[in-house]
Design a protein around this ligand. Sequence first.
Ligand SMILES: [Mg+2]
Length: 230
Amino acid sequence: MVKAILFDMDNTLLDLFKLKQMAIEAAVAAMIDAGLDCPRDEIIKSIDQIYIKEGIEYQQVFNDVLKKLIGNVDYKILAAGISTYRKIKNAYLDPYPKVIPTLLKLIKKGHKIGIISDAPNLQLWTRLCDTKLQHFFEFVISAEDTEKKPHSLPFKEALKILNLKPEDVLMVGDSIERDIAGAKKVGMKTALAKYGIVKEKIVGVEEKTKEKMIKPDYILNKFEDILEIV
Ligand SMILES: [Mg+2]
């Protein structure tokens, strides 16, 4: 029987990918408005390439894109991009539909819930506070405090805190390679957050090949489907 549930955060609890795309598109429009003389699609393509190379959490993406496209950082254009990006991100970050009522039901049923995330600590807690999710979880384990998934360390750390056997714990995540593979390795049950897997995702190109080899125990087509399996 499942006694505890661990969640990945980005694209499992929070629709970060859609948000990021919206914020980038708005930032690019603002940079063009501030004087960046490049075609919109070329700027977006360059930004995507920087994220592929540096990772989705990379913070210098607008600096780098200006260096690449115009050879230097024009601060008026940079500030226009950053300012708009932040405005959009802060205004539109939301949990997926039904996340909050479903978490409340899980807690009411007596399940312990926690988070295992690869996001840096500050971004992790900022996103939880922005979405009012910061009080729901008994613990939050980050890659900065342990290792990035699929390393066993964050999963073992969760088992230690929970004082449970791995078969009593369900891991929910959108990444086959990181969330599902990592949890399976230590013997946990797994559920794939299929609603969080976006086509043409910036990160996760490598996942497609491994996807066929690693099978989750359950598939969630929407967040509240979890209530049917625990
Ligand atoms: Mg994720």
